[in-house]
Design a protein around this ligand. Sequence first.
Ligand code: GLA
Length: 346
Amino acid sequence: MITITKESFGKLKTGEEVSLFRMTNCCGSYIEVLDYGCTLKSICVPNRLLSPVDVCLSYDSIAEYEEQDGYLGAVVGRHANRIGNGKFELNGKKYSVACNNGPNHLHGGIRGFDKYIWQAHTDETGVSFSRLSPDGEEGYPGNLNVCVRYGWSENNELSIHYTADTDADTVINLTNHCYFNLNGGGTALEHVLWVNSHSFCENDSNCLPTGRVVDTADCPAMDFTLPKSIGRDINMDDINLKNAGGYDHNYILSERGDNFAAAMLTCPQSGIDMTVSTTLPGIQVYSANFLTERRGKNGSCYSERDAVCLETQFFPNGLACGFEPAPVLKKGDSFDETTRYSFSLV
Ligand code: GLA
């Protein structure tokens, strides 16, 4: 049985109350989520000594969540990652969305989904968060009804189910921006990663996809078709790594859906291993290159490369690049995508 509890997590600067929900399974493993930013705050699972380890980065106070710029654990949208110059064309009409990352739009704009309190609803095995993103928000067309459900199972599987509908054709790309550290802290460079992908989207020096797709066979430093540590090749003289200051690329998944692993992350120290599966076509592998010195949970200090983000998604800058499937939701259609993170011991 999953036990769900709710408590206060303090107040925003505006005075609005933030709630924290904890979902605990029969083994005592749990996840915590906040209604602010629909944020995944903790994932507490046992290491090989059967001691609990919180495998995601977080902050202790709501004030730190409000001040941060790293999107820790948040659901980002309406469009995750970058849209070049904040411009796209849909049904022959040109749209401009807010630019908040150099010349580009990033993670939904100035006030993206990560900066709102969502409406919470609990059921037997999970918590659903919903919000209405009004027509014109950050420049996007259409009133978009979004719902994100976090589920937690008896065997330590976290599921994130994204659904949405709109009253006008719009752009959509939802992901969760959790920073994983399967050792509970310190560098993540020794984590071993495998990705079910043979190609990735080339980026320019602003981490914006150019439209070119590169075969990982031609780029050994970028290749995760065989498991290797994040740190093994990260400092290699490779233009893709130099441009992004590490890994920060969309990998094109070879297989998708519940029956396929999209990626596997293993921590040799703790023995914790995480398998990701998703219905989405891509995954952003981000080695937390922009996570510069800052205070994290329990008085710890987070530095660059202390975590790995595995953000399942549509390909960034997809409309301008002509990537398929396009990150578009049409009026009358339903957006319905699921990503699962399953934790076990090696
Ligand atoms: C994503 C991007 C990164 C960075 C982080 C947030 O993963 O791809 O370039 O912007 O979000 O810091």
